[in-house]
Design a protein around this ligand. Structure first.
Ligand code: SF4
Length: 360
């Protein structure tokens, strides 16, 4: 690391919380999660989407449980899926009890929406009895009314006070299998509120923005907030919420962790922006390289460059790459040219070079 590189602080030490076979917090890697977007009572579609998410690298998956029909589907979903499962419950605490009984590994509740403390206590008792974890979420829109009156608006201090209020029954019961979240749509507010949560509590933190937006905007907004926190050592599990395919949330999550050198899964593909020197179809090649390496397990850095002038030189950090000339190009490995071929053969030649190294 050069002297001018922004440093990354060690992860803040949080409690280790078991969520089925996975651990969130403690010394475990930052986990990447998503949420299904199917109707939960459509078991077939939900299971199919969970399997796609699993193939994309999703480590725990949450699903909405809005009513009794969704709750009735949970045992069958549990039976058909090995991935740690989280039930997302609002308003009706009995749905949380059903999810825990069905063997879900975690429930996400917003105590402000659940209501009376006895209902929260029932959820705590059921979770403690079955070893399930609970995520306590405080959103700007559901802060306790008495706290809102005190602070005037759903500000950062109001959210932190709201969290303290929500945690009271858990602390009275000595229940520690908690993950906390306090989501807003505003990147700077999210940074401020999570800094405060991290300072005050040692429970692991679930990072994310709420209603982050469509894939392009949502990924940028999420990265703006989450990168600051992750570089400060804050955050134990992440979800990049996007209005789109949930598998993209997983891809975005790993891209973010990879860009910060926190965690890598599969290749990181870099490509030049193209310019007047570009001799090959960089956009098409980049898409094909990503596709060809989709199932590749190693965390390689692969570059796709539009010209030889700046090819291997600019991409010297890359393990492998291709750089174009006029309808031809080179394949390079660790800064050395290993092959020259026509544009149509470049991706195949690159994949061959990568495979050769794996079999060495
Ligand atoms: S690598 Fe070459 S083609 Fe790509 S942006 Fe740089 S100079 Fe232009």
């Amino acid at each position: 690391m050069s002297a001018s590189t922004t440093s990354r602080k060690p992860r803040c030490q949080t409690l280790a919380v078991r969520v089925g076979p996975l651990t969130i917090g403690g010394r475990s890697p930052v986990s990447v999660q998503s949420m299904t977007k199917t109707r939960t009572d459509d078991v077939k579609a939900t299971v199919r989407q969970i399997r796609r998410l699993e193939r994309a690298g999703c480590e725990l998956v949450r699903m909405a449980v809005p009513d009794a029909a969704a709750a009735a589907a949970l045992p069958e979903i549990r039976e058909r899926v090995a991935l740690p499962l989280i039930a997302d419950i609002h308003f009706d605490h009995r749905l949380a009890l059903t999810a825990i009984k069905a063997g879900f590994d975690k429930v996400r509740i917003n105590p402000g929406n659940i209501g009376a403390t006895w209902k929260i206590r029932e959820i705590i008792k059921a979770a403690a009895g079955s070893g399930a974890a609970i995520r306590v979420g405080v959103n700007a829109g559901s802060i306790d009314k008495s706290i809102l009156r005190r602070f005037g608006r759903p500000s950062v201090p109001a959210m932190v006070a709201g969290m303290a209020h929500c945690l009271e029954p858990f602390e009275q019961a000595g229940f520690k299998a908690l993950v906390l979240s306090a989501k807003t749509t505003d990147a700077r507010e999210t940074i401020a509120v999570y800094r405060e949560l991290s300072r005050r509590w040692s429970y692991p933190l679930h990072l994310g923005l709420t209603e982050a937006g469509p894939p392009f905007e949502g990924a940028i907004r999420s990265a703006a907030a989450l990168s600051v926190l992750l570089l400060a050592g804050i955050g134990d599990t992440i979800r990049i919420s996007l209005t789109g395919d949930p598998a993209q949330e997983i891809e975005a999550g790993y891209e973010l962790l990879g860009a910060l050198d926190i965690r890598r899964r599969g290749p990181l593909v870099y490509s030049c922006p193209t310019c007047g020197r570009t001799g090959i179809d960089v956009i098409g090649l980049t898409r094909r390289v990503k596709q060809a390496l989709r199932a590749h397990p190693e965390p390689l850095k692969v570059a796709v460059m539009g010209c030889v002038v700046n090819g291997p030189g600019e991409a010297r950090e890359a393990d492998f790459g291709i750089a174009g000339g006029a309808s031809r190009g080179i394949v390079f490995a660790h800064g050395r040219v290993v092959k020259t071929c026509g544009e149509g053969q470049l991706v195949e030649a690159l994949v061959r070079e990568i495979s050769k190294e794996r079999t060495k």
